[in-house]
Design a protein. Structure first.
Length: 107
């Protein structure tokens, strides 16, 4: 996707095409930006753009896939899952290349 470098790039429309919930979009962007920042620091890289800008562009380009986080299995006595509990399951951003692996790490 071509980016024009303006304050509205990527646009909210482009972002909402991939993550329709604004609250979730903010959380995913923040999580991804922290990961980008931490990786750059560990590898002693200089970033051309701010981590939030890079994260937003990755989301707009479709490089981030949301995966629904399912609750861990437990004793039936401890918890009984209802459809309402499952709807509240937290969504997690996973880079697209990680979704192809057989064992997927949940963030």
């Amino acid at each position: 996707m071509k980016h024009n470098g303006s304050m509205l790039d990527p646009s909210m429309g482009e972002l909402k095409a991939h993550i329709n919930n604004r609250y979730l979009l903010v959380n995913v962007t923040a999580q991804l930006a922290r990961e980008i920042s931490q990786k750059a620091e560990e590898e002693e890289l200089t970033l051309d753009n701010k981590p939030v800008t890079i994260a937003l562009h990755e989301i707009a380009d479709g490089e981030v896939v949301l995966v629904k986080d399912t609750p861990k299995e437990s004793n039936e006595e401890e918890t009984k899952e209802t459809s309402e509990d499952l709807e509240r399951a937290e969504s997690v951003a996973v880079p697209e290349e990680e979704t192809d692996s057989a064992e997927q790490e949940q963030l």
